[in-house]
Design a protein around this ligand. Structure first.
Ligand SMILES: NCCC[C@H](NC(=O)CCC(=O)O)C(=O)O
Ligand SMILES: NC(=O)OP(=O)(O)O
Length: 314
């Protein structure tokens, strides 16, 4: 693995989940591996978990870390080739990526979808710009299309809480006051499709995710029915894919409640809007796994960094 940009970069999920378990038992067991190596983290969007858990993961591996809030503090970057840069952009990705590569050994990039132009988002200008021009391994800290470190933490959490051999996992759309990206939902679907679970998606009409990601995963429109008998309920808002980036329903009836949850465990990537996405009673109950999911972000990041560091020393 040269870079980690997608769930599809995980060669064997079963082996990785075993590796994650071992790392979690002995987080400081590989302090030598990152000694003298620097992780650079560039954030074009806000973060709490990704920023701190990825730093923590690097610290556990003995790495040094440099973090920059690029969105506000970096020069506005130009990604298109051949442009006359007489507008807002002060620096080209061709220089920026090569410059940063000299200071770091591994580079993490967070750059969300803009949700204005599907083709532009699908071209992943920021992540792909760094992939193309950086000379070091690149890690996706949530891009327009995916959030693989979150999905890996979700898989670890599910593995720790599964009772059944083939649990029923339901990804439910939930209301939100803003238009949100598809990245978390995409990567969750992709990783669950690779696990021994019975996965389905439930959402209001108009919120179908990218067909190329859904594949054969069943999609339902009746939330109460879909949640019946679920073992894990993963809530997430996303904007319309068809009417790209639009909010086509704000239906509060889709909020996850204790009653709808039944005996299922509740999952969400956080940050979560209380009493919009999910009611307080769920988050305060024993059924909520959200804090454990956030904890597992450290081990998912640590696993990825460990694999990349091992690749560097080969
Ligand atoms: N990294 C986890 C989720 C990040 C982002 N959520 C948000 O922007 C929520 C912000 C708010 O609630 O206003 C998303 O859905 O992709
Ligand atoms: N779940 C997650 O990625 O959280 P942050 O956006 O706070 O990093």
């Amino acid at each position: 693995m040269k870079h980690f940009t997608s769930v599809l970069d995980i060669p064997s999920l079963g082996n990785w989940l075993e590796d994650a378990k071992a790392l979690k038992k002995d987080p400081r067991g590989h302090l030598h591996l990152g000694k003298g190596k620097t992780l650079g983290l560039l954030f074009f969007n806000n973060s709490l978990r990704t920023r701190l858990s990825t730093q923590k993961a690097a610290i556990n591996l003995g790495m040094d870390v440099m973090v920059m809030n690029f969105g506000k503090e970096g020069w506005a970057l130009e990604f298109a080739d051949g442009t006359v840069m007489n507008g807002q952009s002060a620096e080209h990705i061709r220089e920026a990526a090569r410059v940063v590569s000299q200071y770091c050994d591994i580079l993490g990039i967070r750059a969300f979808a803009q949700l204005e132009n599907r083709e532009l988002d699908e071209s992943e200008p920021v992540l792909n710009g760094f992939l193309q021009h950086a000379t070091i391994p690149v890690v996706n800290l949530e891009s327009a299309l995916g959030h693989p470190l979150q999905a890996l933490a979700d898989a670890i959490t599910l593995e720790e809480n599964r009772i059944k051999k083939q649990p029923r996992v339901v990804l439910t759309w939930a209301p939100h006051p803003r238009a949100l990206p598809h990245a978390v939902a995409n990567s969750f679907v992709q990783i669950m499709q690779r696990m021994p679970v019975d996965l389905s998606i439930v959402q209001p009409s108009g919120y179908e995710l990218d067909k190329s990601i859904i594949g054969n995963t069943p999609v339902y429109f009746d939330q109460a029915k879909a949640l019946q008998g679920a073992d894990f309920v993963y809530a997430k808002n996303w904007s319309s894919f068809e009417q790209y980036g639009q909010v086509v329903s704000e239906d509060q009836d889709w909020m996850v409640t204790k009653e709808k949850l039944g005996d299922a465990k509740f999952m969400h990537c956080l940050p979560v809007r209380r009493n919009v996405v999910v009611e307080d009673a769920v988050l305060e109950s024993e059924q909520s796994l959200v804090i454990q999911q956030a904890n597992n972000r450290t081990y998912s990041a640590q696993l990825v960094l460990k694999k990349l560091l091992e690749g560097l020393t080969l």
